[in-house]
Write a protein that binds this ligand. Structure first.
Ligand code: SF4
Length: 340
């Protein structure tokens, strides 16, 4: 049986009208599921009895099972979700002063092979479906009894390697009759698949695009992010600039600070050189250790020196707050399987 979470409101409208039902019922159905959190078709009293019975016989509402839940000292919550085929994916809920954000995965495993990332330790076995991403949000809201206001597609997987399902997911969670998560509250993070960035900009949906840059030279970037071999920096920076021209959305460049690797002032200058003039900002991320890798976090002095140099060079720069690192829920620490 098909899960109803797989469908956009437009798709449900088409389905209903071809079955002889009123199109408007799709909006009512969305309201029941995503606003009133009613997960039983038969209880949707403003739908006709006939429609309720049809929905009940044709669709399911599938939720992932919570295999494990860990709560960090800063109140970040990490979930290990088990999907229908027993695939495991993680999601992280973060509490901020401006709302609650969830970091969701887009694939089971990841093929991008970034040298510092635990998520890439397990190769991709499959893409996540839109319904699976949607149901992780619903399940988390249900579990916490809290409303999720922001979504970052930054967990395990490369979202632009699963673009169709990710776009569908964005459509469903942004729907004003559904979860109504503002389009500007949705961030997609990519390792830099250049043709897919262009494909995304053609859609002209003003989500935030975050590009994992992590190195300002091709030599270093290829060493720590193999994707750079296929799409070198010059092409990536051009794609970022074109994305801004089309969508008007400022790009975020994520930059993980790795001790002795990419955290020198020379690297800060090179970084300033390659992004100079772009409508973008740099988000410096403290590295979160992963036991399989030899990388270390930059010390505070180097972090602050790097930050100040970018500022002096006129670059907009922020320093990301560490969240959930005590439960391995921070950036680059998510996995598709549980390891002790
Ligand atoms: S950083 Fe992102 S793209 Fe790179 S291996 Fe990890 S999950 Fe994949």
């Amino acid at each position: 049986m098909d899960t109803i979470f797989e469908y956009t409101r437009n798709e449900i409208e088409d389905m209903l009208s071809s079955g002889g039902y009123k199109k408007f019922s799709a909006t009512q159905l969305f309201g029941w599921i995503y606003k009133k959190k009613t997960f039983d078709f038969l209880l949707m009293t403003n739908l006709s009895k006939d429609l309720r019975e049809f929905l009940n016989s044709a669709f399911s509402m599938e939720f992932p099972v919570i295999d494990k839940k860990e709560i960090s000292k800063d109140s970040t919550v990490k979930y290990l979700y088990s999907l229908k085929d027993n695939s495991k994916v993680e999601a992280v809920l973060m509490h901020h002063s401006y709302g609650n954000s969830i970091c969701v995965s887009s694939q089971v495993g990841c093929n991008m092979g970034c040298a510092f990332c635990a998520s890439g330790l397990k190769k991709k076995t499959r893409n996540l479906r839109a319904a699976e991403m949607v149901s992780m949000i619903l399940q988390t809201e249900r579990e916490e009894n809290e409303k999720i206001t922001h979504v970052v597609i930054m967990g395990t997987g490369e979202p632009l390697d699963n673009l169709d399902e990710v776009l569908k997911f964005i459509n469903i969670i942004n729907d004003p009759y559904g979860l109504e998560i503002g389009i500007r509250h949705i961030t997609l993070s990519t390792s830099g698949i250049v043709p897919a960035i262009y494909k995304l900009s053609e859609k002209n949906i003003p989500i935030n695009l975050a590009i994992s840059l992590h190195a300002p030279t091709d030599e270093l970037r290829t060493r720590i992010m193999p994707i750079n071999k296929a799409y070198p920096l010059r092409d990536l920076i051009k794609a970022a600039s074109d994305y801004f021209d089309v969508t008007g959305r400022r790009i975020t460049f994520e930059y993980l600070l790795l001790k002795g690797i990419n955290d020198s002032l020379l690297m800060a200058d090179k970084l300033a050189d390659i992004i100079r003039g772009l409508n973008a900002y740099v988000n410096l991320i403290p590295y979160n250790p992963v036991k399989e890798f030899k990388f270390e976090a930059s010390d505070e002095k180097s972090v602050m020196a790097f930050y100040s140099r970018l500022k002096e060079r006129g670059i907009n720069v922020t320093l990301r707050k560490r969240m959930g690192d005590d439960i391995s829920a921070a950036c680059g620490q998510l996995r598709s399987t549980v390891k002790s």
